[in-house]
Design a protein around this ligand. Structure first.
Ligand SMILES: [Zn+2]
Length: 290
């Protein structure tokens, strides 16, 4: 093979690959795929209901070329005089790919979000923050790079503490690898951007299977949602609670469901949801000032 021929061949190959990657795919196609894949992966998600929702797709893709998806649900117009702005609530499910229930419960909440009490908030719902982890067989906590996204947020202490903590406190547990640098991962960068642009007054992050409620941020903290009782786990370098709760002073509620692969009873799910809304009602209104 002559040098020129080899170069032409490689250029042609590269062009073909780029064309394949840029194959025309509409947003609707991408969302259909996203819903169909999720419907196959999680029994709790009905693909056709999912396709009817008004999900939006981020321009970013994960390294596994999966879409990052969210839905905004605006508050209903409120009767009578309301003081202050509508509180904004960001919900994040599936940041750990092997915590399947943390995605399922967000879809359950989407069914309840049209009721009167939740319609007092402007919601941004991210049902699945780590799609690459969820679709691994078996699913993984980290993303495709093996990074624990919930240790990869750009907390101010990251460079100093994240790797030391990982080595000394977790004995270099690969499930808790914080990444090469703060905010190194596409998914984390995207979540940080969501926090910046949506500017939430509260973040709800769903996990499993520790069966408790955790909280970072300003007082007062919640005590109990359904059977989940407050049990503060502490703060980790690069965690969302550290990033948004401690450093941005936002209320960050972490819901740790009792199991990663089987859902609490419907009654229990409802009790959690109702208690959460009661806490929000008490603590979020008026938070944005008059
Ligand atoms: Zn988790």
């Amino acid at each position: 093979m002559t040098h020129l021929f080899r170069r032409t061949f490689l250029t042609a190959l590269l062009f073909a690959a780029q064309t394949a990657w840029a194959a025309p795919s509409t947003a609707a196609d991408t969302l259909d795929t996203w819903c169909n894949d999720l419907g196959k992966r999680l029994r709790s998600v009905n693909a056709s209901d999912c396709r009817k929702r008004n999900f939006q797709i981020a321009p970013e893709r994960t390294s596994g070329q999966r879409a990052l998806v969210w839905q905004d649900i605006a508050a209903a117009p409120q009767k009578g005089a309301t003081h202050g702005k509508t509180p904004r609530v960001l919900v994040i499910g599936g940041i750990h790919g092997d915590e399947l229930t943390s995605v399922s419960i967000v879809f359950r909440w989407l069914n309840w979000i049209d009721e009167a009490a939740p319609r007092r908030y402007h919601w941004r719902i991210i049902p699945l923050a780590n799609p690459d982890g969820l679709y691994q067989r078996p699913p993984t906590r980290g993303n495709l790079q093996g990074v624990d996204l919930n240790r990869n947020f750009s907390t101010p202490d990251w460079e100093k503490d994240a790797h030391t903590y990982w080595q000394n406190r977790t004995r270099s547990d690969p499930r808790r690898y914080p990444g090469q640098s703060a905010g190194s991962e596409i998914e984390t960068q995207w979540l940080q951007k969501q926090i910046e642009t949506f500017s939430p007054d509260m973040i709800i992050s769903v996990h499993a299977p520790y069966n408790l409620l955790d909280y970072d941020g300003p007082s007062p903290h919640p005590l109990r949602f359904g059977r989940l009782a407050l049990n503060r786990l502490g703060v980790y370098p690069g965690s969302l609670g550290n990033y948004a709760g401690l450093h941005k002073n936002l209320p960050v509620v972490t819901i740790e469901l009792p199991h990663a692969t089987s859902m609490p009873t419907l009654r229990e799910q409802r009790a959690m949801w109702d208690d959460m809304l009661r806490w929000m009602e008490k603590n979020l209104h008026g938070i944005r000032g008059n």
